[in-house]
Design a protein around this ligand. Structure first.
Ligand code: CP3
Length: 345
């Protein structure tokens, strides 16, 4: 006798099916707020070493699933492994975030290798196979990449900035060169996501963390167009692929993103109005989000009220509970437990 198929509630939502209890995962759920993560991180060396050591990366991917029983596991890696695989220097320094060799000369972009080195990324696919063999069957396994725009902002400036002005300025001054950089990142992202899916992730998310700093025309050119290319190319190879788009801060550009890009679900940041999310976005696509990471950090009544408002607005349709951006390192574990109890009833 064959076993009955185990269903994955989070994947079911991505297929448009509302769940009575919303599935939950948290962006950046493998991270410094977990003591067990800190312990592994100490033995691993750098963040990149952790990303490229399959046993350890698989372990930190599984930690939040074991502790909290989330419905989704996100691959432990980083969006900046792509610039690294393109031969750029990438380092993570404690307290300062990522440090890359700045790419601010048009000639350096013209000289950039057109293809990410597959040997550099190979360990990540091994991590996926290890996680896959250990993950409970009801848990949806998510792969990811950064939006080409967001990855480019770090490559140009060499680090994060409050509004990613260096990349915006570069794109105005050298649009053709900037378009070449985004083409390279777009092709690398398609390859990277296709390989993740082949190795065993169930769905993927495209993190466009810096979508919100772009004016409408630039949003269309640097956020929507490359993301649409990724989605189209992935669907050509894998017609049933499920893709979550997360254009953080898109604001009034959201409708254009939703109508053009072709993702299966929309990740909402914490600034999105809940009535708009329900009436304008969720009518068309499943949604994910959008608790303010600071409400989770604060805990108490503020957390309960925020959770209740989100569930009341969105749990009537296809909905995945999540944060509106990554969990903050000082977040108490007890607040994550409080939030889970509240969502699951
Ligand atoms: O649980 C997970 O989500 C783990 C996988 C993951 C990481 N980075 C590991 C990581 C994911 C999905 C990311 C995405 C990522 N990385 C984004 C998009 C999402 C977002 O949060 O906006 C961005 C912009 C990056 C680039 C990046 N990596 C920054 C800006 C930083 C420094 C800020 C910070 O939180 O420390 C990183 C480092 C990083 N990537 C850490 C982790 C767990 C922290 C490093 C540490 O352990 O010291």
């Amino acid at each position: 006798m064959t076993e009955p198929p185990v269903h994955k509630p989070l994947l079911d939502v991505l297929n448009g099916k509302r769940q009575a209890v919303p599935p939950v995962w948290l962006m950046r759920q493998a991270g410094r707020y977990l003591p067990e993560y800190q312990a592994v991180r100490k033995t691993a060396g750098s963040v990149l070493d952790l990303c490229f050591t399959p046993k350890l990366a698989a372990e930190v991917t599984l930690q939040p699933i074991r502790r909290f029983g989330f419905d989704g596991a996100i691959l432990f890696s980083d969006i900046l492994v792509i610039p690294h695989a393109l031969g750029r220097s990438v380092r993570f320094t404690a307290g300062e975030g990522p440090q890359l060799e700045p790419l601010n000369e048009p000639s350096a972009i013209a000289a950039l290798t057109p293809r990410a080195d597959p040997a550099v990324l190979a360990p990540i696919y091994e991590t996926i196979r290890l996680v896959k063999s250990a993950l409970p069957k009801s848990v949806t396994f998510l792969g990811f990449c950064g939006g080409p725009w967001t990855v480019a902002t770090y490559m140009i400036a060499g680090h994060g900035t409050p509004d990613q002005a260096p990349a915006r300025l570069f794109a105005y001054r050298h649009p053709a060169t900037f378009a070449r950089l985004l083409d390279v990142l777009t092709d690398a992202s398609v390859e990277y996501l296709a390989n993740q899916l082949e190795a065993g992730v169930d769905a993927v998310q495209i993190f466009d963390t810096w979508a919100g700093v772009l004016p409408p025309d630039e949003f269309a050119r640097w956020c929507i167009m490359p993301t649409q290319k990724i989605v189209t190319a992935l669907r050509e190879r894998m017609p049933s692929v499920k893709i979550i788009g997360f254009p953080r801060g898109a604001g009034s550009n959201m409708m254009r993103y939703l109508e053009t890009v072709g993702v299966d679900a929309i990740g909402l940041d914490w600034m999105v109005d809940l009535a708009f999310a329900r009436d304008a976005i969720q009518k068309r696509k499943p949604v994910q989000g959008n608790l303010d990471p600071l409400a989770l950090l604060a805990g108490g009544d503020a957390l309960d009220r925020s959770v209740d408002a989100i569930v009341a607005a969105l749990a009537g349709g296809p909905f995945i509970f999540n944060l509106g951006h990554g969990i903050l390192p000082p977040t108490p574990i007890a607040h994550v437990e409080q939030m889970l109890k509240r969502v699951r009833g």
